[in-house]
Ligand binder design. Structure first.
Ligand SMILES: NC(=O)c1ccc[n+]([C@@H]2O[C@H](COP(=O)([O-])OP(=O)(O)OC[C@H]3O[C@@H](n4cnc5c(N)ncnc54)[C@H](OP(=O)(O)O)[C@@H]3O)[C@@H](O)[C@H]2O)c1
Length: 237
């Protein structure tokens, strides 16, 4: 396993859910973790939780659909710690409705949070990675980026887009020494499900998902993990 101690890792959408669990796990493993989302109270809470394990966190508000907000955060991290080593594009939004019931605003919000954000954050960190011939971008897609699910028209469309983006990014950056991993979790018990009628007892816990993602970060840099699909045991989610 490679050592991620003091590696600078930005986890987007890390105020709650899977992102929060990833940030705390990476912090425990010694990385310098950038925690961001739009809700200041949530990222400050994560920062306080991480203090218990003496983790190094840098928490800042960032709307990943907004180019200026993304670029400002990248610059702030650069001044504080230095260039970002690993980007985890995790921020996401799910609005689970039939296509006929999905309005344009809901469609556009999912496309922006799930697909445009990955493009904007990647573009912000790539120049430093290319110059240093080192870097790792992990995109938290979903099994819904590979197969269709009922009531997920907008969500699937945005995650299929994210997976397509991930695969082209890998082709274009491999020669620059950059690793690109698509991470496809199945159902995980977080707030993304809202009030949807789903059996949460069959879902994975965010901490389990975070362990796998942290293991990907720790994999030897001499080889590339291109894709990981992680599904809960039992059930069909
Ligand atoms: N839970 C599952 O079953 C599951 C399965 C497969 C894949 N995933 C994917 O895993 C990722 C995390 O999902 P989750 O289940 O942990 O959801 P969650 O609990 O709802 O967390 C989503 C995170 O994204 C942030 N976010 C949303 N819009 C943002 C924006 N415009 N700018 C910055 N941050 C934003 C949220 O913070 P703010 O709203 O405060 O900004 C929050 O911190 C998503 O990409 C999701 O699609 C989830």
């Amino acid at each position: 396993m490679s050592d991620i101690k003091k590696k600078i890792i930005w986890v987007t959408g890390s105020g709650r859910g899977i992102g929060r669990a990833i940030a705390l796990e990476l912090g425990r493993r010694g990385a310098h973790v950038v925690v961001s989302s739009r809700t200041e109270e949530e990222i400050k809470t994560v920062e306080r939780e991480a203090e218990k394990s003496e983790s190094q966190l840098f928490a800042r508000v960032c709307d990943v659909t907004d180019e200026k907000s993304v670029n400002d955060l990248q610059q702030a991290v650069r001044s504080h710690w230095g260039p970002i080593d690993v980007l985890v594009n995790n921020a996401g939004l799910g609005i689970f409705k039939k296509i006929m019931q999905t309005n344009l605003d809901e469609w556009e919000r999912m496309m922006a949070v799930n697909a445009r954000s990955a493009f904007l954050c990647t573009r912000a960190v790539l120049p430093d990675m290319i110059e240093r011939r080192d870097g790792h971008i992990i995109n938290v897609v979903s099994v819904a980026g590979r197969q269709p699910y009922y009531n997920c028209g907008g969500y699937c469309a945005s995650k299929y887009a994210m997976l397509g983006f991930t695969e082209v990014l890998r082709m274009e950056t491999r020669k620059h020494g950059i690793r690109v991993t698509a991470f496809l979790p199945g159902a995980t018990d977080t707030a993304i499900w809202g009030s949807a009628t789903v059996d949460r007892s069959k879902m994975m816990q965010p901490e389990q998902v975070a362990q796998s993602l942290a293991d990907i970060c720790c994999a030897p840099a001499s080889a590339m993990i291109e894709e990981v699909v992680l599904r809960p045991m039992g059930g069909d989610l």
